[in-house]
Design a protein around this ligand. Sequence first.
Ligand code: URA
Length: 435
Amino acid sequence: MTPLDVIVAARDGKKISRKEIYDFVAAVATHRVPDYLVSAFLMAVYLKGIDRDSAVIFTQALRDSGAVIHYNHLSGPAVDKHSTGGVGDKITLALAPLVAACGVPVPMLAGRGLGHTGGTIDKMEAIPGTQTHLSPARFQEQVETLGVCIGAQTDDFAPVDGIFYALRDVTGTIDSYPLVTASILSKKLAAGASALVLDIKVGRGAFFQTRDRAEILRDWLVGVGRDAGLWVSAFLTNMNEPLGTHVGNALEMREVFDILQGKGPPDTTELTLVLGSEMLMLGGRADSSEHGRALLQQAISDGSGLARMNGLFQAQGGDPSVLEDPNWGISAHLDVLYAPRAGFISHIDALTVGEIARALGAGRMRVDDVIDPEVGMIFLKKSGAHIDKGEPLVHVHHRGDPQSTNIARSCLNAFSFSDDPPKSEALILDIQHGK
Ligand code: URA
């Protein structure tokens, strides 16, 4: 079959064999298929869909388009965690070193900010000197010696996913369940994970905002992941409000530092413990979620989680000691926004906050935009808090020019107020255990 035959079969919803899928991906890997044909293929899959079996093969073909790590010297199964993306979601950066400190190896290929959501790699690069473009050999060596590595997807890992992703981004084919599933899982498999904890976000700040859509995505990821040989646990978690208190790249690193010292906000600390204990169970270190929590809490109180985070950054060339200076990483251009009325904060809209953070320079409007790590928000009050008129609600750190000042002031639009206390929303909406 030529690439065109594969496209026509996908367009007509016909079954494509394992060999045909592998041949097509190999032809894309060696640049023998022009972008217009690849785009046509992606649109055909987007519109017609593919069945689960084909999605598994497609995932494996993307994985095999680059290096695939097989660990030789690990104490147990390597466990990864993936969030579908949110606002203020810095959990990975606290979780990965904590879980590693409890004895479970964590290999992670993470992403940059996408749309209104932040990305782990951008947050890491806020720490001066940090390298995230690591060769597969270097990545493997760090997981085997330190127990944790967080790298960016490069041309070495699942390169055809990189080609597909760039084309999906500009052809309206991002939000396809099988394409998202294959894209996410191929990278996890390439980095050598044996097990995966999924944090699927639901709500205003999530890509798939409704519960129905999040559940469909969960079922795709769990089904294809298991058929491709991973143990997969899946959580649906609330992304209506920004997570934690800090939003922005260096600012979120400050909150990670707090979480690892036992001083983090309740929601980000809780999510770290819940997802982390699931990783410890999949990795064979904990026999219940209570046991897992206790191990993680111990790693917070004895400082071993923080030490592992310092080791992670140092191994990747970064200088995490900057976090010891409480003023580091926070732009001095500050607008404090005050409550326009007395009452309760009934909601802080994650999507509005994410868009404002992006417009301030914490994210990108165009792929080649340069991130400003020092801009973002620190929330002094969250939903449910009783407030007096004129009480400070949020610090917005920005670049200081008139446009940034205006954007910063619009952050008040993210808040809703009420006379009565709002009903509190659950953080964890659903759990499927994977072993
Ligand atoms: N993240 C990925 O890696 N791929 C997608 O398609 C969407 C989110």
